[in-house]
Design a protein around this ligand. Structure first.
Ligand code: B12
Ligand code: SF4
Length: 452
């Protein structure tokens, strides 16, 4: 019997100095998987090469998910890119061993098309490896790349990724016409020709059932951010700001719970905006269900928006890991880069969270390091302030993103070029390329951060 037509969706490996599964899921690709399933006759093969829970017990690796939903990746050391040869750290490929990936792909029926994503600009070597492997096994199948790397570095992606088609921006309204073109009009279900999506609430829920381990999922309740901080790419990825209907978010959370999810990470850029009629409404409903979910906010929350009522709701609904974004305690720096928060906001937010039942040292506060206008002393002072307030400082390493105001500064200073290799966006390399901090000073700041 002939096989049905199929598409293969891949979330590639991470190539980096370090990586851990910080509630990582390729949310964009999972939305597209859901759209394809709803509106086409195609079978889907979904491969997340970062999903190490699917690896057998071989390779000397046992996938361990911590009780908070985070996990470690299997990794293999690889040759460092030439650009990084002077950096005294090991470089690895995180995710499935290549041999295992190849074996898996060989056992799949040939796809009509391969869809790839890439969620950090500097993780593109994972795309290259995936394309090479796909070519080795399936020959000249059309490969389409979308996602954050493709959107922020389209020229580089067209030249270097190996994909035939590079799609920039949101994929939901591109995917069906593209499938029609590549796989034929008969691939679409009747009526799907004219489908168009307007906003997150019009999309089917992301397809987490494609995972065997569904204990950890991520979620968007909104898209974009109305602010415009000088180091941030939010506007380049989505220029507007859109919030979902709270009821629809609650349905999605309950749907995830039904699939087995117990840890839910919010991926929103501005989760707390208009919180009275948005997040508070969602949490009020969820708290009523009392189903024992754990919520996480790896993408930091704005301390300015945390008040007593919200803190109590967060506690009741099951927020277990809270990350707040301070970035810096330096008022001038904050004014220059985007006045989203002040040190006083943090103090107030921590008071509210403590009153709601959280212990201060359980709350992580991001402090940015490596941004071109920062000095070492500013970073040290910020770490000290967070410690003095009893919370846990966490360094957030700066990644320069093309198209942001800070990237312009680095261009003007001749420290980066418009066509610099996206590898230099890696958050750990600034002391070796353009940073005002030396590697030694950074190490000293890290030590001070642990002790202050
Ligand atoms: C969630 C998130 C994280 C999560 C997990 C990210 C992940 N890799 O899965 C966490 C918290 C771990 C994280 C960490 C970091 N992050 Co982050 N993160 C995000 C965030 C907020 C959302 C990404 C997301 O999932 N969006 C939702 C999905 C639905 O959108 P999407 O993936 O873009 O998919 C859509 C389209 O792209 C397209 N599409 C996607 N795939 C495909 C495939 C095909 C075939 C097609 C056609 C279309 C298509 O269609 C989808 C639907 O519309 C973005 C900001 C943003 N607004 O996007 C920053 C962002 C990606 N992060 C960024 C940064 C700077 C970081 C950190 C360096 C921060 C720090 N200093 O520590 C770290 C780095 C981590 C590391 N290990 O190196 C930068 C990018 C940096 C870069 N150089 O690429 C961003 C853009 C934020 C910013 N401030 O500028 N991050
Ligand atoms: S508040 Fe956060 S998401 Fe919004 S522009 Fe600033 S850094 Fe980006």
């Amino acid at each position: 019997m002939p096989h049905n037509k199929r598409v293969l969706l891949i979330n590639p490996w991470i190539y980096d100095f370090t990586a851990c599964d910080f509630w990582l899921r390729p949310l964009g690709l999972l939305y597209l998987a859901s759209i394809i399933r709803t509106h086409t006759n195609l079978e889907i093969d979904f491969l997340d090469f970062l999903d190490c829970s699917r690896l057998g017990s071989g390779f000397g690796f046992r996938s361990r998910r911590r009780s908070d939903g985070r996990a470690s990746f299997y990794k293999e050391e690889v040759k460092k890119p030439d650009l990084f040869r002077h950096i005294p750290r090991k470089f690895s490929r995180y995710g499935w061993p290549l041999a295992q990936a190849e074996e898996f792909l060989k056992n799949l029926p040939p796809p009509e098309a391969v869809l790839l994503t890439c969620t950090m600009t500097y993780w593109y070597p994972g795309v290259q490896t995936a394309v090479e492997l796909v070519r080795k096994i399936f020959g000249q199948v059309p490969v389409v790349l979308g996602g954050i790397y493709a959107t922020l570095c389209p020229e580089h992606a067209r030249r270097q990724s190996g994909a035939e088609v590079v799609v920039t921006g949101a994929g939901e309204n591109i995917i069906l016409p593209m499938i029609k073109e590549i796989c034929g009009a008969d691939s679409l279900r009747p009526g799907s020709d004219s489908v168009s999506f307007s906003g997150l609430d019009s999309l089917p829920f992301p397809a987490y059932d494609l995972y065997q381990d569904r204990s950890t999922v991520c979620l968007l309740t909104s898209k974009g951010c109305p602010l415009n901080c000088s180091y941030c790419a939010s506007r380049l990825l989505f220029p507007g700001f859109e919030q979902r209907q709270p009821e629809r978010v609650v349905s999605e959370i309950l749907h995830f719970y039904g699939l087995g999810a117990r840890h839910i990470a919010f991926y929103d850029d501005a989760l707390l905006l208009n919180r009275q009629w948005h997040l508070s409404k969602i949490l009020e409903s969820i708290a009523r269900f009392q189903i024992g979910l754990n919520f996480h906010t790896p993408n930091g929350l704005s301390p300015r928006a945390v008040d007593g009522e919200l803190a109590t709701l967060m506690r009741k609904a099951g927020f277990t890991s809270i990350f707040l974004s301070l970035e810096s305690s330096d008022t001038d720096w904050l004014r220059q880069t985007g006045p989203k928060v002040e040190a006083a906001d943090l103090e107030r937010a921590l008071d509210c969270l403590e009153k709601a039942g959280y212990r201060r040292h359980e709350i992580s506060v991001y402090v940015l390091v490596g941004q071109p206008l920062q000095t070492g002393d500013q970073v040290r002072d910020s770490l000290k302030l967070v410690r003095q307030l009893g919370a846990r400082p966490r360094l957030a390493y700066y990644s320069p993103v093309p198209g942001t105001r800070d990237y312009e500064l680095l261009l003007e200073a001749g420290k980066l070029k418009t066509d610099s290799d996206p590898l230099v966006h890696n958050k750990l390399v600034f002391p070796y390329f353009w940073g005002s901090l030396s590697p030694e000073e950074l190490e000293e700041i890290k030590r001070a951060g642990r002790q202050s």
